[in-house]
Design a binder for this molecule. Structure first.
Ligand code: PEP
Ligand code: MG
Length: 316
């Protein structure tokens, strides 16, 4: 039955009653594109651009090298959405030329957008490369910044995009709890939100994502994480803007239904998860997803939230 459901799993992401939730792929570079196309991804929801920078940690890649790499990904989804995240260096991905070597607590230090605002030349080169890469293509380019903490960060990023002459939507990742709490304020400066649930749980629970023994706190079903997601999704809905999820949480098929019920507007994940999420989402109505989301939020632990959502979805 499972196999039949997966085989029948083609086409756009939607609930059984036709509520559309685009299913997008997370990619780390051109090499990941074939699997995304094969899985029927409707676009890219998170293009992690770090790969280009990790080869040589002493300097940024040339504008030319960046244009070539970005264009390969943009070309693969001619009519689709491609959401590119600007360089997220620091913490677990340090770069010699950007990341201070003497930080006592790198996860809470100069990383993500913070590094780029200290090195505006690096950000400008990347944004100009993206503008050139998208030239003449019908792709819907969206560009977002990692580690946006507040409206000041969001404005600095939007200003940089305008300065680079980028013809794209500008967005903010919500991966710091302050950004979820003040999503409405951040949306005064940028057009869309994307929830990075990996870092959002790390910072909400003060639990280093690289420490395996803290897995209980990094569970995507934690009700406090669901509350933060709901807060951001509701703010986006009120503002008429999109709010996707591009962290690991989107790759769990039942959690994907709960996220849909919380008001998330697209789901981005590793390509291999797309058929499972598509098949599961197609099984339930939007109203069922909402009831499952409410049941999960009413729970006190991740385990209970998972059980409550499964019970709602299987009992109807
Ligand atoms: C996240 O934090 O959830 C995310 C998508 O970004 P990364 O895993 O690359 O930090
Ligand atoms: Mg992150």
């Amino acid at each position: 039955e499972r196999k039949a459901a997966l085989a029948a799993s083609t086409g756009p992401g939607q609930t059984s009653d036709g509520h559309r939730v685009p299913l997008l792929a997370n990619v780390g570079g051109p090499a990941d594109v074939p699997a995304a196309v094969e899985a029927g991804a409707e676009g890219v929801g998170l293009f992690r651009t770090e790969f280009l920078f990790l080869d040589d940690s002493t300097k940024a890649p040339s504008e030319e090298a960046q244009v070539t790499a970005y264009r390969k990904v943009l070309e693969a989804f001619p009519e689709g959405r491609v959401v590119v995240r600007v360089l997220d260096a620091g913490a677990d991905k340090p770069l010699d030329f950007l990341t201070p070597g003497d930080e006592p607590n790198p996860a809470l230090g100069v990383r993500g957008l913070r590094s780029l605002l200290e090195h505006p030349d690096v950000l400008q080169t990347q944004l100009r490369s993206l503008a050139k890469a998208a030239e003449g293509l019908p792709v819907h380019l969206e560009v977002m910044a990692p580690m946006v903490a507040d409206r000041v960060d969001a404005k600095a990023f939007a200003d940089a995009c305008r300065e680079a002459g980028l013809n794209a939507k500008f967005g903010a990742m919500v991966e710091i709890p302050s950004a979820a709490l003040r999503a409405r304020s951040i949306l005064q400066e940028v057009e869309f939100l994307s929830l990075g649930t990996n870092d959002l749980s790390q910072y909400a629970f003060a639990a280093d994502r690289q420490v395996g023994s803290l897995a209980r706190l990094q569970d995507g079903w934690q009700p406090a994480l669901l509350d933060l997601i709901a807060m951001a999704a509701e703010a986006a809905q009120t503002a008429g803007r999109s709010c996707g999820v591009c962290g690991e949480a989107a790759a769990d098929p039942v959690l994907a239904c709960v996220l849909t019920g919380l008001g998330v507007t697209s789901l981005s994940m590793g390509a291999s998860a797309i058929p499972y999420v598509r098949a599961t989402l197609a099984t339930y109505t939007l109203a069922q997803c909402r009831r499952a989301a409410a049941a999960a939020r009413a729970a006190d632990t991740a385990e209970e939230a998972r059980a409550a959502a499964h019970q709602v979805l299987s009992g109807e």
